[in-house]
Design a protein around this ligand. Sequence first.
Ligand code: NAP
Length: 285
Amino acid sequence: MQLGFVGTGVMGAAIAKNLMAAGHQMTVYNRTKSKTDALVAAGATWAATPALVAAKSDVVFTMVGFPKDVEQVYFGDDGIFSGLKAGKIVVDMTTSQPKLAVKIADYAKQHGFQALDAPVSGGDIGAKNATLTVMVGGDEATYQAVLPLFKIMGHQVNHFGAAGTGQHAKMANQIMIAGTMTGLTEMLLYTKAAGLEPQTVLETLSSGGAENWSMDNYVPRILKDDYTPGFFARHFLKDLRIALTEADAMGLDLVATAQAKRLYEVMVDVKGLGDQGTQGLINIY
Ligand code: NAP
């Protein structure tokens, strides 16, 4: 198939690479052009705007940073919707607002296109190893059309319903991750203060009831003083803000998630550590 990819950062580049390795033709665009170099060297074609990517593609994937970036690549000058041909499909994999997914889907429907929201979980490692979890919202026929492509990038693909439901499922994921990130951080502080050997504690916890993905993937990085992303702290703060806004609209008061958001605000807004990975939370204590 002729595929397009807009946003070839940590996640997008790895996912696009896996789609190409499965035999698909790829056209790419990224704001910072150099982040497409490896894909172009592997056979992808560079296009100068999202509209030009769209014009060449049967399915266009987007994986940019923030909702404002999603707005820009779809609706902006030279955006995807100004180049897309009738009947073609767009898939936003950015972690973004459910209401924006609905806006994209509504616009697509009115103009003869098809749209899915499909955020993922599994991190930079999951993207590289094609073991992502994919959470999809949008109509069933479009989901079935894109499912073979989702299966190339991930091992768990679920369709939750109408547009926006993929983003809601991702928010459920991020509410869970708020707990695992704060938990692993305070577990490590306690371990060190108690004079325990952190590696042995990690191995012990990993084989018991405290086992979880965040701890297994991020504690080894912290123990090596490695705060490179992974998953940018500024993106996680964005997710916590979206999740809490949605929860508020549902009449929910998620006090633990709100506390995690305050901690990440200290890290990102006060300490200026938003370009570190989420494991850098320990640097605010
Ligand atoms: P990233 O490395 O910053 O990748 C985003 C890419 O999108 C960057 O290369 C950026 O270009 C490009 N971009 C942003 N705005 C653009 C625009 N208006 N036009 C064209 N390109 C634009 O971040 P990431 O880690 O891949 O994350 C991407 C999304 O996936 C985020 O929403 C994040 O929350 C989500 N996510 C991340 C992970 C993870 O573990 N990393 C896991 C699940 C979900 P520049 O290079 O110019 O900035």
